[in-house]
Design a protein around this ligand. Structure first.
Ligand code: GAP
Length: 513
């Protein structure tokens, strides 16, 4: 069913709330901006996604191991990594609405509006194609060129200003472009300031300057500082990887789009340590491997694309994003970065400790190069949920809402439904449930008609419903209904565990890699 993307996105958000996937944090106090809680089904789906990533990385690669570093780290970590000095966004306030914006986002949105004008000109021209004369062609061309020149000029000015750290010029661009605050409609702007995205707190009982520590803004640094610990104790030989999942915190100025950009979120990162000079080979390897991992979820290969970074961070010699077609357009889902030896060298310098590897084949010590894969668990969750949510028209004019989650990731793998609440059917259904629950999360439901119960499980995303009817008492068989096709099949109760295992285990996904 076609729906405007913004309406569809609203549906995704309300579906998450209505079916126990995601709630606003501390909702009874009106919520906390850009912070969310995962409900009973959300927590399961999130855990399953994390588990699939972990198994694909750690279990399926002999040379990758996983760690779980603390969120708090020695403050010098963040000096060495560059986050204290450079993990900033340029912000600007509107004095009338008191709203705060990212200056770069205001400028980007202004550029998008000019791009829209170009698109409209082109659309208009295409409609008038039949009687499009020379004069029309010239005037359309002139207008498109004028808009394009404007865009180029703004982009160049902005890039130069940021490269030089000239925040007065960034403000001047906003003034010159006559950008207004969407709330107050005024152009009454403060100066642009750099705003560090790290959250800080103090450790111990005395809140002195020296006690300031940060909530980690990425999990990667916990891996770098443990590089030698893991390499030595695990007798790891290069190339090898260290994986980690965990919370990260960023005081995002513009936090919106639901769980796409949050202030507290979870990352799944892997740092792959390689011999210097081989990093581009490994970078290409991980680019392909990570795309394949995403594609194995079956959300549709057309929903992914690479976005290679043209402008690289000072420590990277190659970087790309895997973008996903979210309801609000293609946006970054995962980053793959060739980070050179920057991080380890910085930590060597700031800690005074050697972070080197002795390569027995070369008979030489060196600081390894690193290829990083970094994906946001919450973004992945949003990708899976928004690709799966569908309104379907059924035969006879009926409709259903169905959540086509990959079966191996679904929170509930099967619902056991007695046809009626009597005649011994609930007892048999419960017996089946108790047997299956050793291996999978399953649920029992006897309330409402069986049709309604199917609809509820469809909306939750449960891939299989197992219905126990009067015949089951005699033939020891049940009906198993598949969520996506709604096809029903009669199977022996004794076969259920095997069938379910085949269809919903992570192994089915891992085998595609
Ligand atoms: N260690 C590299 C690193 O942190 P990043 O591109 O800043 O790189 C990696 O973040 C991934 O983390 C992103 O691709 C995104 O999926 C996720 N992410 C970043 N900021 C986020 C936020 N505020 N909310 C949710 N996910 C976020």
């Amino acid at each position: 069913m076609s729906q405007k993307p913004e309406d569809f996105f609203k549906n995704v958000i309300s579906h998450c709330k209505e079916y126990g996937y995601i709630f606003p944090s501390s909702e009874i106090y009106d919520g906390l901006s850009a912070v969310y809680d995962y409900g009973q089904y959300g927590a399961e789906l999130k855990k399953n996604i994390r588990e699939y990533w972990w198994r694909a990385m750690v279990q399926m690669h002999e040379n990758i191991v996983g760690i779980d570093a603390a969120i708090f780290m020695h403050p010098t970590t963040w000096k060495a990594s560059g986050h204290v000095d450079a993990f900033n966004d340029p912000l600007i306030d509107n004095k009338d609405s008191k709203k705060r914006y990212r200056a770069d986002v205001l400028i980007e949105e202004h550029v998008v509006k000019i791009e829209d004008k170009i698109n409209k000109e082109v659309e208009k021209a295409a409609k008038r194609f039949e009687n499009f004369d020379e004069a029309m062609f010239r005037s359309t061309n002139a207008r498109v060129k004028e808009y394009q020149d404007k865009i180029d000029s703004i982009n160049n000015r902005f890039k130069n200003a940021m490269d030089k750290g000239d925040l007065a010029e960034v403000k001047q661009i906003i003034v010159d472009c006559e950008i207004v605050c969407p709330i107050s409609g005024s152009r009454n702007w403060t100066d642009v300031r750099q705003f560090n995205l790290m959250f800080s707190t103090s450790m111990g009982s005395v809140a002195e300057e020296g006690n300031t520590i940060y909530l980690r803004p990425e999990t990667a640094q916990g891996i770098f500082v443990n590089f030698l610990n893991v390499q030595k104790t695990g007798r790891m030989k290069i190339p090898f990887g260290i994986a980690q999942t965990g919370k990260a915190f960023r005081n995002e100025i513009v936090a919106r789009q639901f769980i796409f950009r949050m202030r507290e979120f979870e990352q799944m990162e892997m740092q792959f340590f390689v011999r210097p000079g081989t990093e581009m080979e490994w970078y290409e390897y991980w680019k392909k491997a990570r795309l394949k991992w995403h594609q194995s979820l079956g959300l549709g290969n057309e929903k992914y694309k690479y976005h290679d970074h043209l402008k690289l961070a000072h420590y990277a010699n190659a970087a790309c994003d895997i973008e996903f077609a979210f309801p609000f357009g293609f946006k970054e889902l995962e980053g793959i970065h060739s980070r050179t030896d920057f991080d380890l060298k910085q930590h060597e310098q700031f800690s005074g400790k050697k972070l080197q590897y002795f390569d027995p084949e070369l008979n030489q010590n060196y600081v390894p190069y690193v290829v990083e894969t970094s994906v946001g668990l919450d973004r992945l969750f949003l990708a899976i949920l928004s690709a799966g949510l569908k309104e379907e028209e059924l035969e006879g004019g009926d409709k259903r809402t169905v959540l086509n989650l990959p079966p191996a990731l679904a929170p509930i793998k099967a619902a056991i439904l007695p046809l009626v609440k009597k005649d011994g059917l609930p007892e048999l259904a419960e017996k089946i449930m108790k047997e299956l629950m050793f291996d999978h999360i399953v649920t029992y439901d006897e309330k409402d008609t069986v049709g309604r119960r199917y609809r509820r499980q469809d909306a939750i995303g449960t891939p299989y419903c197992i219905t126990v009817d009067h015949d089951s008492l005699n033939d020891n068989s049940v009906t198993i209904r598949e969520r996506d096709t709604m096809k029903q099949e009669r199977v022996k109760i004794s076969e259920l565990a095997r069938i379910l295992d085949e269809k919903v285990s992570l192994k089915s996904l891992l085998k595609q890699l």
